[in-house]
Design a protein around this ligand. Sequence first.
Ligand SMILES: Nc1ncnc2c1ncn2[C@@H]1O[C@H](COP(=O)(O)OP(=O)(O)OP(=O)(O)O)[C@@H](O)[C@H]1O
Length: 628
Amino acid sequence: MMGLLNQALDQKLLRFLDVQFAQIIAAHHSPLLQLACALLSSDAGAGHVCLPLARLAPEYFFDGRHPELAEALWQAAGKPNKNAWLNAFQSSSLVGEGTSPTPLVLEKERLYLQRMWKNEGQVIQFISDYSLEKMTYHKKDECRLKQILDQLFTSNESDINFQKVAAAVAITSKVAIISGGPGTGKTTTVAKLLTALIRLAGERTLRIELAAPTGKAAVRLTQSLGNAYRELSLSAGESRRLPEKACTLHRLLGAYSKGHQSRYHKNNPLDLDVLVVDEASMVDLPMLARLIDALPNSAQVIFLGDRDQLASVEAGSVLGEIGRFLSLGYSTSRAEELNRLTGYDLKGHPIEHFPNLCVAHVCDQLCLLNKNYRFDKKSGIGELAQAVNSGEHHKAHSILRDVNKKYVDIRQHALSDAKDYQKLLKDCVAAYQPYLELIKQGKDPETILHAFNRYQLLCALRTGSFGLEGLNTQIEKTLCHSGLLSLSQKPFNNSWYSGRPIMIECNDSSLGLFNGDLGMTLYDHSGALRVYFQFSDGHIKSVQPNRLPAHSTAYAMTVHKSQGSEFEHTALVLPDHFTPIVTRELVYTAITRARQKLTLYSTDKVLNHAILTPTQRRSGLVARLKSF
Ligand SMILES: Nc1ncnc2c1ncn2[C@@H]1O[C@H](COP(=O)(O)OP(=O)(O)OP(=O)(O)O)[C@@H](O)[C@H]1O
């Protein structure tokens, strides 16, 4: 078995870690268990929380990429059917039910790594407890709350204003999830609902914290919330009491840079009354479990995000999965309460409409915002995002073809031969020229960073000429050849030069730098190269290049890393052939990073395939909630 697993490693079907895991954990166990360990580890690496037994059939191994090797592995494991797997797990000392510290846990017909099983259980317990607690949660004075909501949400529209409903949901819940695409008013809603909470609190001090999974997302939340506050008529006292600055979840939790320990945990909880977590789709299961562990019992938590975006790189897609319950609507009693608070006529459902009482309570804490205030009907970006999100590939193509010349904000360029690739590089040079000119003019770091952030090239893959590494190298070379970077600086092989954009790839709390932070390499006054970063409060910090944690050149960045950021002009490069990484959510996430302009470099075939391939993340969250 280990020989075959090593073959799978050689063929890049498994990671070194997966084979090592099987070797260490199951060396003295049956080949069947060795195979299960390797596949489970591989699935965890791909973002799945558990491995359903139904997937332990050779046609599913390696996502069907190598049927011969899959068949050989299955045979070496003794050709087990579902019952054989089940019996082997139930009789193995490696697998438990979670009550003893076994490396693997079997729940119903799902196999978990112990840590993932625990994390998922923690999240389920939290969601269920917090949703239920709403019923006994201190009942606000409904009249006063209605009055405040009416003051804050003035609308002439006859339709239901779901922003008002979302605020009512969040204010009256211990945990609320507000989901909506870009520009649907999530930040506007949060600004108003925090104002409402402050007005309701009267003299009582409310400790409110804002957090996001990445530094960049925290910067954006700080900025957009600041803009949203300015739109409201706030008294000086209210403005003082509203939170201004968002921080990363790592920073909030006091996460130490390398280990998994956090300063705040169950025995030393966070000191807060209200927590707003933005970009919740990017929060992975282990991080969510750590956050839950650190919350004081009295805390009120509001998660904001877009359930349709790419899930976190790490395992889990909690927002996406809970977001599935949005289609169920509210319970009758909740709808009646929300109607009293908002003056609308929401239709509720009897409890029998929901899979169980727990799910009904969860549904009562959700709200979907789907009216877009940023993109109008003339916006190709908005229309294309919607078509991709709903899997309408024909519509997406007709929007991109744009025969009626309706959209000025989107362009598609084919990417099938060397000429197309050269065109892509030429476009990048033109787009990066302005910030490089500003460097030549000796402008300040803030101006240069601002100019750089206006355009961003996104890609799906890390390797190959259509991936991060190939694109960064080629763009560097092309910028050099076009004279925008000085040739004497030899900007190859990751050497340092003025104008090199940098993305941080891991967290370093001692330097205050976090995964996803973007910096720009520039000469300081003494003529030394430093990398400049802008933080959520606007301040600029510079770091010596040799002190930086893991980083990469950032002319191009992966769509995963772009989550939580927006760029005036976003360009997306898809590979020239389909790979399973290129999914509907990836394309949707990339499109929704564009504020004013989107350029897509892709063949129709690859784009089609992506739109028709929604991401699948295997977990037991929904099933466990349904049977709670
Ligand atoms: N009810 C509304 N009426 C008019 N304009 C609105 C309304 N709600 C939001 N907007 C405007 O729409 C724009 C987007 O709003 P907002 O930033 O709150 O959305 P968002 O969902 O947080 O977007 P993103 O996810 O991209 O940050 C802002 O300019 C905001 O002022």
